[in-house]
Design a protein around this ligand. Sequence first.
Ligand code: URA
Length: 176
Amino acid sequence: MLEINECNKCDELVSNRTRISHGWGNVPAAFMFIGEAPGTGGADITGKAFTSRHSGEIFKRIINKSEIIDFYVTNIVKCRPRDNRKPTLAEILNCSYIINEELKEVKPKITVCLGKTAFNYIINKYSTFDYANSFRHCLYISKTAPKILASIHPSIIDEDQLKQLVDTLKNIKNEI
Ligand code: URA
């Protein structure tokens, strides 16, 4: 797996990050969870996606409740943007060589897009249909390869939405 520890493409991200974060989990894997970018105090410090006390704990609950073992988790952008702002398109494109390599190696059957940043990137990469404005929680696109599931980002998901996501993941798991 491509583990980049040296990259200076984005001036502001380079000056703000503690370290470059990496994806982790099975390679290959049936499910690939994709977030936005490392959060303060979590992936930015540990170097591993979704390991913060908030988003990381929610992610763990999603995985445990849906009983998914065969997964890989990563972010679209690997360095923390200042004040947890959204990464810019230029930063997403600069960083895309890493997520593209991860997708090639992980070969997921399903990509679970945690938030709109991941959804927009994955939709543009895999779908010929323009889904740009169709993001909604638990939207499942089964016509693409890999299949795409959209979710609200763990940092803002509520309990009902979490249950809905877990139920959807369980159904998809039984289908693959
Ligand atoms: N932590 C991550 O690793 N990714 C996010 O998108 C948010 C928090």
